[in-house]
Design a protein around this ligand. Sequence first.
Ligand SMILES: NC(=O)c1ccc[n+]([C@@H]2O[C@H](COP(=O)([O-])OP(=O)(O)OC[C@H]3O[C@@H](n4cnc5c(N)ncnc54)[C@H](OP(=O)(O)O)[C@@H]3O)[C@@H](O)[C@H]2O)c1
Length: 245
Amino acid sequence: MNITNNTILITGGGSGIGLEIAKALSPSNKIIIVGRNKEKLDAAAKDLENVFTIQADITNESDVNRLFEEVKTTFGGLNILINNAGNAYVYNIANDGNAHNKALAEFTTNYFAPIRLSEKFLPLLKEQNEAAIVNVSSIVGFVPGSHLPTYSDSKAALHSHTQLLRYELAKDTNVKVFELMPPLVATDFSAEIGGKENGIPASDVANDLVKGLQENIYEIRVGNTEVVYNNFFAGTQGAFATFNN
Ligand SMILES: NC(=O)c1ccc[n+]([C@@H]2O[C@H](COP(=O)([O-])OP(=O)(O)OC[C@H]3O[C@@H](n4cnc5c(N)ncnc54)[C@H](OP(=O)(O)O)[C@@H]3O)[C@@H](O)[C@H]2O)c1
């Protein structure tokens, strides 16, 4: 798809992968970065051309309604929605004792919020000649990571949702649905599991997204995700053992 002259909203665009996507797609697009922390957003946007900020918690319905109204009135439309903001707990499912509450919080951010945002913004996206939704899932959406049990569940649910949304919207709309599947990436998000030392740069993920959008690659399996994905289809047990060793 065309990746210039669009209006693009990135949830979690104030840091990590979202911010690198904002950098990669500006200045030839209008970029709106969204997060809960206004100061963080403003600092991220300060030196970037065509990057605008809107403070909102994507898990809060009234914030999402306000975000929608602000995008509609200030920007007059939207071409690309990037559901990137995420939440994860690192723990052991066998002995944590609080897995239910952690799963609820993870699913609220990683699964329910993208569904609400996509549903809310679809009317604006459908007005465009060409538009897209990008859901940022994860390598652990295919094969669960032992240290990220219910986060893995939430990304598997997002993967399933993304497949069907793509299929249905392709029937009679111009809205393309992409899934960006990063491996371990060096951001604050993954610091607890060694991402700062062992993760790939967030800019690599952003570059793969740009290429994927341009070439209409709907499942963008970044770096090691491709290997794990192929192992998964070669045999689930093998992929599980390889990934969790
Ligand atoms: N890093 C990895 O190894 C890795 C691997 C695979 C997939 N991913 C996925 O990639 C995405 C981006 O992660 P990242 O590594 O770039 O993490 P990050 O640097 O921590 O960025 C996450 C962003 O999401 C925002 N956010 C979190 N909850 C929010 C909410 N309720 N409402 C609005 N904004 C919210 C945060 O800003 P505020 O705190 O200001 O709200 C933050 O800017 C996530 O979906 C993550 O699951 C990451």
